[in-house]
Design a protein around this ligand. Structure first.
Ligand code: GLP
Length: 256
């Protein structure tokens, strides 16, 4: 189904979407073993990482020559902290693979000079030749990475303030306490994201349906950062039925 500039794919369930995306990653790596992948965190990609691990462990996917860049990281949180996104990636992907990923890149949330750390990350992405396939999740408030809704967006990797809604959404990583979620984070910027050669935004569940519709069908607005994906030539939105339920022409309230 085509919608604006974005290609939309709808799968029966979140598990189907995750499995198809894992197979897509495997195909991309077979075509280009030195693939540079951009990776998200959040509850949504957990199923994707499970599917990637299953493919890798059964010999159908080899990440040992690939490079990864994670989208974002909490400020002031050390890599070893269980709430860090690096620890999340270790739990769900990195430590589960038979052979380690060729090169893993992360923003360092404890870097004393955040601006320099962000510049370092931009340079590392450029040195790797840019991101070939960037997988994104979608914040319920429309954020991508940690590019939060507001009056303006930032182009490059930057230090940003998290909204109360995003801190609440990330509370599970900090013992269920939103107050313990850092107030700031480092994130790829909108241009960093839009310069990826191919983008797949994965959004599943009825809780994302309204934001999905705004991102795909709504005007480009910094109040819905994901709406800027409409500018990209090769951006796709992969949904389950529930995530797609508020798109025009779909049955409202369809179950996942
Ligand atoms: C965090 C991440 C985003 C992610 C979002 C969605 O805030 N910074 O990159 O897309 O969570 O999370 P979930 O998949 O749990 O809804």
């Amino acid at each position: 189904m085509g919608a604006g500039g974005l290609r939309v794919r709808i799968f029966p369930t979140a598990r189907h979407a995750a499995a198809a995306l894992a197979r897509c990653v495997a195909r991309e790596i077979r075509a280009n073993p030195r693939l540079v992948l951009g990776l998200p965190t959040g509850r949504t990609p957990i199923a994707l990482y499970q599917e990637i691990v299953a493919l890798e462990r059964s010999g159908h996917l080899d990440l040992s020559t690939a490079t990864t860049f994670n989208l974002d990281e909490f400020a002031g949180i050390a890599a070893a902290h269980p709430g860090s996104y690096r620890a999340f990636m270790r739990r769900h992907l990195f430590d589960r693979l038979r052979s380690p990923i060729g090169r893993i890149h992360f923003l360092d949330g404890t870097a004393p000079d955040a601006a320099r750390e962000c510049e370092r990350y931009e340079r590392a992405i450029a040195r790797a030749g840019g991101i070939d396939l960037l997988i994104l999740g979608l914040g319920a408030n429309g954020h991508i990475g940690f590019n939060e809704p507001g009056r303006r967006l930032v182009a490059r990797t930057h230090l940003t303030r998290l909204t109360a809604a995003t801190r609440a959404a990330n509370a599970a990583l900090f013992g269920g306490r939103a107050s313990r979620v850092p107030r700031q984070a480092l994130s790829m910027g909108m241009a960093t994201i839009l310069h990826a050669r191919r983008i797949v935004l994965l959004a599943t569940g009825a809780g994302k349906a309204r934001t999905v519709a705004a991102a795909i069908r709504g005007p480009l607005t910094p109040r819905v950062p994901a709406s800027f994906l409409q500018l990209h030539r090769h951006a796709e939105v992969w949904l389950d039925e529930a995530g797609a339920s508020r798109l025009p022409g779909r049955r409202a309230g369809a179950k996942a």
